[in-house]
Design a protein around this ligand. Sequence first.
Ligand SMILES: Nc1nc2c(ncn2[C@@H]2O[C@H](COP(=O)(O)OP(=O)(O)O)[C@@H](O)[C@H]2O)c(=O)[nH]1
Ligand SMILES: [Mg+2]
Length: 342
Amino acid sequence: MINPLVQNSPDGDGRGRNPESRPLPPIPVDAEANFLSTEGEHVGTGDSHYGELASEGREAQQVRFLQTKIKESNFVFLFGGAQRGKTVVTSSIINFLSSVEAGGKLTPFRLKRGNEAGGDDPGRVLFNKIRRAFAEQRFPLRTTLVGDKEPIYVNVRFAPSPKMDADPISMTFLEMPGEDLEKVDTPDGGYGELPSRINAFFKVKDIKLAFILVTEPATAFEDDQLMASFIDYVCDLDSRFETSRLLLLVTKWDRYEGELSVSEFVAENMRLTFAKLHEPRHSIAGFSIGEVVTMDKQPFLKSFNPDYAKGVVNWLYTEFTGKPLYRLGGFERFSKFIKRWL
Ligand SMILES: Nc1nc2c(ncn2[C@@H]2O[C@H](COP(=O)(O)OP(=O)(O)O)[C@@H](O)[C@H]2O)c(=O)[nH]1
Ligand SMILES: [Mg+2]
């Protein structure tokens, strides 16, 4: 089967060579702050209630807190506007890793967040909602954060079966509303800023942080500026991100009716982003949850396609461990090799 995450990989190590292919005490808790709502409006107090200094102090506190947590997991930062399909990418990965085809065992775990005292783990709640949505062939509902807007951590540990001869991996998917992420870009051309709880992740030394940029065919053109601003934003915060490998996913690819390959599509519709990704370490790929039909005006998942999720898992595993989890097929390796020299 052709892995949909096309990466140009002549040496077959799964690393993309070409974009074509491809201890402070816990922060005080307000009892409501961990509430996770999956529908409705944003009701958070947000950063605007605090002065700039207070916000800076909280960010520094959050950075110190995260610094004590980084050895426990690898963090996955999905960036993109609202409704682009970020939560669905996370959901598809969880669904794939829970299946026989993944070749191992997936278990959720808890990673305490800065603002948590105990009680329900919002990431675990979301994990269960994701599984239920899949069982009912629905899409997960919209995620909104309230309180101080710390991202929700969806924590999973994947233990490959012994015959796969690969190390277990812990991953933390950061669930954030697109409305917050969009603040990185200001329509009037000013300098955008992300909320401090999000910014903190870019300031933690030695954190294992993988970036996945998410757009969709219908909005790729308008998302171009946003993606480019985000890449500039993180590199400006810390130059170590200049060497990060990025994965751009054009999701809802099942809806795309044109003739272009994913990278041709991105080259044409996202000129700024494509220019930034035009280095061999980055990857571009289509993504889809599977076959989606509309019933009573609601999207309904007719069949799940594990191939896209498998491709992204392989990219993440390679990013975090330096080795792919799944071997690519011989034909694919061969065809990539040829492509590289064309
Ligand atoms: N056809 C299709 N629709 C999708 C796909 N992924 C997401 N969607 C649709 O896009 C909506 C928003 O997805 P979601 O992941 O919640 O977006 P987020 O706001 O970026 O997290 C979903 O409710 C679906 O209707 C996909 O792969 N194919
Ligand atoms: Mg979401």
